[in-house]
Design a protein around this ligand. Structure first.
Ligand code: NAD
Ligand code: MG
Length: 398
């Protein structure tokens, strides 16, 4: 029986995680659930799953939840504040931590799980983008097993040799030539470039293949999501960005591929449903049912592949720039993107302003080196970049 903490349980990945976990009551026990401030979904999850701990980061939301749970026999202990996320991620009765908080806000709890030597199921790609070296080292030094939940990275993980270890890590030593990172292209892959300025948040969040949280949906529409995923893959698989090729594959049936030096290309296929990578990481190295419909290749009939159009997706270019500059460049890029996406969702800026805000912020805060003891530095730069990006948002509106 494995104890699980689901960080970000009320989100898209959190809900899918509970769906898989609840199919296997003989294997998994939910120890802790966490959310930012959405009380109602957390209340329902607490009544259904009966965790020992429920964290609401927002103190007022925690108070409301506590009151609402008062009639429950043996209610969960309700905690609040960001430190509570780190506390539940490191509990001794927790074996597996699903890191499914959105944005850099998930960094400290992901890191706490790695430092506590847990099996870390990492959906929170932003944690690797802002502090990849620190997080990977913490996992290695403390015997944590890091399994990627992002569908592409989970696919790559499944296509790599299972005997990877710190000694043979690095793709070239495994006979890997390239990673073929697939991208759906998002809702605007066929839209004329001059129509993008007028796109609304509703249109940007209507992804053709996946149902996801609003931030990652906008990231998919700008292709910043693929940019973040390139940096994520560099850390997870110890490779350089020039070994990663983005392949636009509109059906989202192949979730990514690995090309070997002997000419073999291994792919992982499946219906676009995040319960597959979640179940993979929960059961690894075994396999369990995920509630996902079996893939019917005759229904799909064809698979298309195209190169991305970087001139239409400036965020993809900015991510390559951040990966090349390294150090604090990905921190700045990520923070500026979080600010810009929130401003777009609030209708303060237009869709094409997102890339401009990110680029201007990167221009204003040149990359500085980060070493393994540089967590404070990373957090400082993250805050500075948010302030600078807010200024760029104001200027974009003016
Ligand atoms: P979401 O917006 O649906 O859910 C986010 C969760 O995090 C919620 O439970 C929310 O309460 C919590 N949260 C938000 N802000 C917080 C804060 N400041 N502090 C603590 N908790 C906070 O997001 P999602 O789509 O489930 O994505 C979660 C992560 O998984 C993201 O990093 C995303 O990039 C990644 N991911 C998602 C998908 C997907 O299909 N949704 C696929 C691949 C990767
Ligand atoms: Mg992905």
């Amino acid at each position: 029986m494995k104890g699980i903490a689901v960080l970000g349980s009320t989100g898209s990945i959190g809900v899918s995680t509970l769906d898989v976990v609840e199919r296997h009551p003989d294997r998994f026990r939910v120890v802790a659930l966490t959310a930012n401030r959405s009380v109602q979904p957390m209340l329902e999850q607490c009544r259904r799953v009966r965790p020992a701990y429920a964290v609401m980061v927002d103190a007022d939301a925690a108070e409301t939840l506590r009151a609402a749970l008062s009639d429950m026999a043996a209610p969960p202990k309700v905690l609040s504040g960001p430190e509570a996320l780190e506390m539940v991620a490191a509990l001794p009765e927790v074996d597996y931590v699903m890191a499914a908080i959105v944005g850099a806000a998930g960094l400290m709890s992901s890191l706490a799980a790695a430092r506590a030597g847990k099996r870390l199921l990492l959906a929170n790609k932003e944690a690797l983008v802002v502090a990849g070296a620190i997080l990977m080292r913490a996992a290695q030094d403390n015997g944590a097993t890091l399994l990627p939940i992002d569908s592409e990275h989970n696919a790559i993980y499944q296509c790599l040799p299972s005997n990877r270890n710190p000694e043979n890590a690095g793709l070239q030593r495994l006979g890997v030539d390239r990673i073929l990172l697939t991208a759906s292209g998002g809702p605007f892959r066929d839209a004329p470039a001059d129509s993008l300025a007028a796109v609304t948040p509703e249109q940007a969040c209507a992804h053709p293949n996946w149902s996801m949280g609003r931030k990652i949906s906008v990231d998919s529409a700008t292709m910043m999501n693929k940019g973040l995923e390139i940096i994520e893959a560099c850390w997870l698989f110890e490779t350089a960005p020039d070994r990663i090729q983005v392949v636009v594959h509109r059906q989202s049936v192949i979730h990514s591929m690995v090309q070997y030096s002997d000419g073999s290309v291994l792919a992982q296929l499946g219906n676009p449903d995040m319960r597959t990578p979640i179940a993979h990481a929960l059961a690894w190295p075994e396999r369990i049912s995920a509630g996902v419909a079996p893939l019917n290749l005759f229904d799909i009939a064809r698979l298309d592949f195209e190169p991305p159009a970087p001139e239409r997706f400036p965020c993809l270019r900015l991510a390559y720039r951040a990966a090349a500059e390294s150090g604090t460049a990905p921190v700045v890029m990520n923070a500026a993107n979080e600010v810009a996406v929130a401003a777009f969702l609030d209708r303060r800026i237009g869709f094409t302003d997102i890339g401009s805000v990110v680029e201007r912020t990167m221009d204003r805060l040149p990359a500085e080196p980060v070493d393994l003891s540089g967590l404070e530095h990373v957090l400082e730069v993250d805050q500075l970049a948010r302030v600078e990006a807010e200024r760029c948002v104001d200027r974009a509106v003016a």
